[in-house]
Design a protein around this ligand. Sequence first.
Ligand code: VGL
Ligand code: ZN
Length: 203
Amino acid sequence: MTNIDFAKSALIAVDVQNDFCPGGALAVADGGSVVAPLNDLALRFNAANAPVIATQDWHPAGHSSFLSSLSSGRAPAEGEVLWPDHCVQGTAGAEFHKDLNMNAVTLIVRKGFRPSIDSYSAFFENDRKTATGLGYFLKGLGIEALYMGGLATDYCVFFSAMDALKLGFKVYILRDAVRGVNYPEGSVEKALSAMESAGVSMI
Ligand code: VGL
Ligand code: ZN
């Protein structure tokens, strides 16, 4: 692996939660396999006193991103992607994968808790304006480079990486520590190539 300048780098584990792993409500194929490489790297960041961030999709019951929310008569917006109920606050599905080393995590960022806004990105919700605060946190610590893995490649990892670039961070995707939903078919490939063209490094 590349040499990491730990004084200016942070590790971000995106949404490594039960509902995105096999057996979960929105399972990503092979999702659990991101855990081992993330844990390895988290220990290296810990040893260097560098930030290790875990994001957590954290929806209230009946969240507007759930397909089930349409039963209350709401019309979906053009192009809006809706999901099975997942990562509902306080449920087992919202918990981190049991093997993810949470002792190594220095900050947990919860997102998607506003009932009417979804939030794929770790930085801005899907209205593209509401900040999660993570950008300010990282800038405040003088962080310049982000090492990112987790779930899902084509949604939360993708939007987080693209926002991070816009905020001026150098972004490295840990290629063996991401897995995707691939819905619609082909979206993982599309996300990977869009990230690369935008300037994300795959390592
Ligand atoms: C995610 C869909 C809905 C993700 C979260 O973590 O990629 N995808 N909520
Ligand atoms: Zn979600």
